[in-house]
Design a protein around this ligand. Structure first.
Ligand SMILES: O=C(O)CCc1c2[nH]c(c1CC(=O)O)Cc1[nH]c(c(CC(=O)O)c1CCC(=O)O)Cc1[nH]c(c(CC(=O)O)c1CCC(=O)O)Cc1[nH]c(c(CCC(=O)O)c1CC(=O)O)C2
Length: 345
């Protein structure tokens, strides 16, 4: 494994760095002028499937923003593709050919084909071969509830995921079989990412707030933990993003993950009181603050100084991903601020 002189890796490993590390979800796509130029000539699927291009896009934020880590340029929906579902990334969002509630037999339609993920591994090989050696690479996949929800979606504007949640309540046994298939494929996928050289791994449960917390904790958390534990067992640190899980974050144990990523609803200091002390935190700036002027942004950033001075097991990030129309200059401003602020450690 590569040895890094990097605050992201130091912090993940429980060593004190002089400042918090900084990276952003959705840092490669969406706001970078150099990405938008590439996007003018390529489709999203075209970028993902070409290992050279995927590697270039993954590494763009290192040069253009100066962040401390790169995250693989891919998507959480490649796992349903590897379970045999046909998927198009359209201009309006990802669309499945036959969402599961419309399949005559949802279970029979799922046939694992792990070769559909080979392009991701080729991209990782290319990133590892071309990066500056001090650039850690974060691998990722979607967590079981979020990916399950997308597999049932037939309208890109439906953020209630009606069909998936209905199926979960009406067909609990079948839903569990699908969740298990997803979990197994995610473990295989995550372990292959590790084999090809990712240095950290984030599990995205973007829609963790769609169901009651106790149902999440009973039905989903053990499956998310299986994925995270497989990665940790292979020697790679994990970050778990259980977005909108609220007080449910108290159910996460140090056996499940190394870090938890906090959304913007709860102050970071409150999250610190709720999450087990042996688990590090990531987050939690509201991405929409980045629409404001830089003096307004700076005032909010200053509120993190007291927290960051004391808590060295904290990765600076947003509460969720960058949005497409956030000004690039403001994103760069945040990175520069985190790197130059007086953390007094
Ligand atoms: O249709 C939808 O409801 C949702 C979102 C959507 C997904 N893939 C998608 C889209 C369309 C879009 O982003 O415009 C399709 C998708 N995935 C991605 C992009 C690139 C971009 O945002 O400009 C795009 C847009 C493609 C295009 O240009 O048309 C890339 C992607 N997805 C993801 C990641 C990992 C990360 O976030 O850092 C990354 C790579 C990192 C990066 O761009 O810097 C993960 C992902 N994809 C997805 C989700 C679920 C939830 C969500 O974003 O609301 C999540 C998890 C999450 O971000 O919390 C699903």
């Amino acid at each position: 494994m590569t040895s890094f002189q990097n605050p992201f890796i130091a912090t993940l490993n429980g060593q004190s760095a002089m400042r918090p590390p900084v990276w952003f979800m959705r840092q490669a796509g969406r706001v970078l002028p150099n990405y938008l130029k590439l996007k003018a000539n390529h489709t999203f699927a075209g970028l993902l499937e070409d290992a050279d291009l995927a590697a270039r896009v993954t590494l763009l934020p290192i040069d253009d923003l100066g962040v401390d880590a790169a995250i693989l340029f891919s998507d959480i929906l490649v796992v349903p593709q590897a379970l045999g579902m046909q998927l198009d990334f359209t201009d309006h969002g990802p669309v499945f050919g036959t969402p599961l509630h419309r399949a005559a037999n949802p279970l029979a339609g799922l046939k694992a084909d792990a070769s559909k993920l080979e392009h991701v591994y080729r991209a990782i090989d290319r990133i590892v071969a071309t990066r500056n050696p001090n650039t850690p690479l974060i691998g990722f996949c979607g967590a079981p509830l979020t990916v399950f929800c997308f597999m049932f979606r037939d309208n890109v504007r439906d953020i209630t995921f009606k069909h998936a949640i209905e199926f979960l309540y009406k067909e609990r046994h079948q839903a569990e079989i699908i969740l298990d298939a997803l979990t197994d494929m995610s473990i295989e996928y995550a372990l292959n990412q590790v084999k090809h050289g990712v240095d950290a791994f984030q599990l995205f449960e973007t829609y963790g707030g769609l169901i009651p917390q106790d149902l999440y904790v009973d039905l989903i958390l053990p499956r998310a933990a299986r994925i995270l534990q497989a990665v940790r067992g292979a020697g790679v640190k994990t970050i778990y993003l259980p977005k909108d899980l609220g007080y449910g974050i108290t159910a996460i144990t140090p056996e499940m993950t190394d870090f938890v990523s906090i959304d913007w609803h709860m102050p970071l200091a409150t999250a610190r009181q709720l999450v087990h002390p042996a688990i590090g935190l990531q987050g939690n700036l509201d991405p929409r603050l980045l629409y404001a002027s830089q003096p307004v942004i700076e005032k909010e950033l200053e509120k993190y100084l007291a927290f960051g001075r004391i808590h060295h097991d904290w990765i600076f990030n947003l509460g969720h991903g960058l949005l497409p129309d956030i000004p690039f200059e403001n994103v760069k401003f945040v990175v520069d601020w985190v790197k130059q602020a007086s953390w007094n450690r």
